[in-house]
Design a protein around this ligand. Structure first.
Ligand SMILES: [Zn+2]
Length: 91
């Protein structure tokens, strides 16, 4: 890292396309075994997609299958429910 404090990882919400610091986004990862999970650590290996946490983004990402397209796989119902719960108090 060599002291580059300002060089924070930036990722893009799959729904609104706004960029934010990676740690502020919700990371959804497709694991090597094909399982799709929420990754609170941001460190799980696998293909990742990001949501900014806004409820409208999460809702539309689920409805329009934006996550499925980003991860190139089927998003399990269980994960959709988890995500909806996670953001139900957000704007
Ligand atoms: Zn968003």
């Amino acid at each position: 890292m060599m002291g580059h404090e300002r060089k924070v990882p930036i990722r893009t919400c799959v729904s609104c396309r706004e960029s934010s610091e990676k740690k502020r986004l919700i990371r959804i990862v497709r694991c090597a075994d094909g399982n799709v999970v929420i990754d609170p650590s941001g460190k799980m290996p696998g293909r990742g997609a990001y949501l900014c946490g806004a409820k409208k983004c999460t809702d539309s990402a689920i409805k329009m299958n934006k996550l499925g397209r980003a991860l190139r796989c089927e998003i399990p119902e269980r994960l959709k429910e988890e995500l909806s719960k996670l953001v139900e108090n957000e704007q």
